[in-house]
Design a protein around this ligand. Sequence first.
Ligand SMILES: Nc1ncnc2c1ncn2[C@@H]1O[C@H](COP(=O)(O)OP(=O)(O)OP(=O)(O)O)[C@@H](O)[C@H]1O
Length: 293
Amino acid sequence: MSDPSLSALGRTVDPRRIGANTAPAQHGPAGHGAPTVFDIRGVNVYYGAYKAVKDVNFTVAKNEITALIGPSGCGKSTLLRSLNRMNDLIPGARVEGTVSYHGKDVYAAGVDPVEVRRRIGMVFQKANPFPKSIFDNVAYGPRIHGVPRAEREAIVEDSLKKAALWDEVKDKLKQSALALSGGQQQRLCIARTIALAPEVVLMDEPCSALDPIATARIEELMVDLAKQFTIVIVTHNMQQAARVSDKTAFFSTEVNEQSDTRTGVLVEFDDTQRIFTTPSDERTENYVTGRFG
Ligand SMILES: Nc1ncnc2c1ncn2[C@@H]1O[C@H](COP(=O)(O)OP(=O)(O)OP(=O)(O)O)[C@@H](O)[C@H]1O
């Protein structure tokens, strides 16, 4: 199991930890009272002088699926990327406040962003397999982290099984990943992410380019993966958030009249069921009932 204590975040990756199974845990109601993975406090994210999201506070519990929803431009992807320091790769992007992961600020001095991104993996909106074989796509991360070839084979099989793709590709592992369907490519990208034995998988609208059948497949997979991983998903699809997530964070935008800019704010964070049935904020109710957004 990946060492969740963040004392190791500044260290070079230990290849022996890659591919190690995370202990299965309960998903759903049994997850209540689960340990906190992220404690996000007073987070503001800027692009240059522009404040894209402000004063965000919520927690992410282990082995739960947390959905970030809200209208376009309210900062969902920006906030998601701040959880694993992916915004570091965007020139001018800056995070204020605290993103605490198992009690340690991921932005603290000495924390290695590469190790942060290994523990907190990410799946993007559009499947982005490398122009390599199916095997090499999944083996890539373990290979560059020094895992020996013999062990990589077991990791590839295990990751493809966890991503519910093994049965479809086990006889063509040497074929190009680019020949897979869109839904298969997205499951391959999930396999590639989990091959590094992360604890958390961040998903940025992972189904937006997929048809309803491929989407249903990924949704089933998410619920299954949450037994083993902690998942944070950005989705435009409210039904999807309602179907798969345990907790939902609803974001909206506030207009700054002087600068004529919009800044994302977290309106409400709660159990998904409550957000969709008895939200406490009128803005949330208007959004989930389709009156706004
Ligand atoms: N790389 C960037 N540089 C500058 N501004 C950016 C950048 N990425 C996002 N923004 C701005 O930050 C704000 C929030 O964008 P973000 O993509 O996080 O919102 P979102 O809620 O995920 O939107 P959508 O649902 O449309 O994907 C927007 O005003 C956007 O234009």
